[in-house]
Design a binder for this molecule. Sequence first.
Ligand SMILES: [Zn+2]
Length: 88
Amino acid sequence: MTRPPARRAQPAPNAQAIRPVLLDWRDGIHYRRPAPCVLYEAPTLLRSHAGEAAHKVCAQDWNLAHPGESRFVSDTKPRRRKDDDDHA
Ligand SMILES: [Zn+2]
């Protein structure tokens, strides 16, 4: 029996899904009154875009455990506007 030549381990196609993704929740819409985190029960001021109370770290952990799902997403980054585009 011949063994196939050792192949270098290729990164899994979804390897990037396990890369920690930091959520960007800087927008004021994420800050409300304290409420129990839906993921860890401890009170949090933070809300997801869907209004779920969740710590950012908890949401990030949830995202890591559920790759490909979009329950918790980052704020859409405001586009940088060119100041020299103002012709008024
Ligand atoms: Zn939490």
